[in-house]
Ligand binder design. Structure first.
Ligand code: FA5
Length: 351
């Protein structure tokens, strides 16, 4: 049979096959079978090599037309199956807000909601630190460049600005008002508001132009800690973090302090905790390192004290800033931070 003669039976078989397919998975397989490299149409294309130029052009056009027709049929069938699938899911996930249980005169008492898992984590963290003698302070989410950067020893030319992908508010001088990229500006506000000794924590919402993935959101929460007094040392910092880790996670959880850099602390360190999702073996949540970074810490830089008029020869202190969403993930073994903002009641009900 000629190449052209073979096209119509192939098309007829394709039509029947497509009409009979009942699931999207089967349709995907059939598509490969009909249009893939091993398909009957592809076989015919190879057979064209032996034709005369005139016949080849004619057969080529017929083959293309057949391909286009089959692709269109596949597309139509996919639309039908997708809409059936959506209908099925809507039915399965339907919430009947009018349902009244049989035999009840008053209907069902409305179910009470509860605090979001991140709010619960924030409350728990506050309880742990208040138990250790800290007070709680808050600051604005829309900040000035001075509080978010300058006073924290990050002048405009400082390369460390690159650590924080900042969202600016169109107000006043360009790039002078911003959505705070961390809770550290509240340190400045607390120090401006009083004299040491200071034992404060500052929880709140922060914003960054970060790309969303399993452990990053553009809008997340941090808890800042600040201790300023006479004779505060790195040992006090390490001891406080140790006491906190045990109080929050319980005994047996491993944490490590890794040398790091922040312009507002010197020396600086990063606090990591064993990834509870993979228990240290490496997974997408921890970027396959086995550790999840919870936050940074260090001894308050003398320039930060100078910015608020404290004498660095008299006072010393430490600060830390942890991601609350990450802490909640670790406590509850949540492997994807995006779940926290998915608003799926079936997820939220678990906590
Ligand atoms: C800071 O923001 C410093 N201000 C922390 C600090 C305070 C250091 C005081 C020293 C003294 P960093 O950019 O590493 O540091 O963020 C701190 C923590 O916030 C991270 O360890 C992580 O737990 C969390 N975090 C950062 N980016 C995101 C994000 N996009 N989504 C969720 N959590 C995040």
């Amino acid at each position: 049979m000629t190449v052209i003669g073979q096209i119509e039976p192939i098309q007829a078989r394709a039509r029947a096959g497509i009409a009979a397919v009942a699931t999207l998975d089967d349709l995907r397989d059939l598509e490969a079978e009909l249009l893939g490299r091993r398909s009957a149409l592809a076989g015919l294309k190879s057979a064209m090599a032996s034709l005369s130029p005139e016949e080849r052009r004619e057969a080529g056009q017929a083959l293309n037309a057949a391909r286009t027709a089959i692709a269109a049929l596949l597309g139509d069938r996919r639309a039908v199956l997708e809409s059936a699938e959506m209908q099925r899911r809507l039915e399965a996930e339907r919430l009947d807000l009018t349902e009244i249980p049989a035999g009840s005169r008053h209907g069902r008492a409305p179910e009470r909601g509860h605090l979001h898992v991140v709010t619960q984590a924030r409350d728990h963290l506050e309880d742990v630190f208040v138990g250790m003698g800290f007070t709680v302070a808050e600051g604005p989410e829309v900040e000035t460049d001075w509080y978010n950067f300058e006073a924290l020893n990050i002048p405009s030319w400082h390369p460390a600005r690159g650590m924080f992908d900042t969202l600016y508010v169109e107000l006043g001088e360009p790039e002078s008002i911003l959505l705070r990229t961390h809770t550290s500006p509240v340190q400045i506000r607390v120090m401006e508001g009083g004299e040491p000794p200071i034992f404060s924590i500052m929880p709140g919402r922060v914003y960054r132009r970060d790309t969303t993935d399993a452990s990053h959101l553009p809008n997340f929460h941090q808890i800042e800690g600040l201790v300023v007094d006479r004779g505060i040392s790195f040992a006090d910092l390490a001891g406080t973090i140790d006491a906190f880790t045990e109080a929050y996670f319980g005994r047996g959880i491993h944490s490590r302090l890794r040398p790091s850099y922040f312009p507002f602390t010197e020396p600086s360190a990063e606090l990591d905790i064993t990834c509870v999702v993979c228990e240290g073996s490496g997974c997408p949540t921890c970027g396959r390192t086995g550790w999840l970074e919870l936050g940074g810490c260090g001894m308050v830089h003398p320039n930060v004290f100078r910015a608020v008029g404290y004498d660095p020869e008299v006072w010393s202190g430490f600060a830390f800033g942890f991601g609350i969403d990450r802490l909640a993930m670790m406590r509850h073994n949540i492997d994807d931070i995006r779940e926290l903002v998915s608003n799926d009641i079936r997820f939220l009900e678990q906590f």
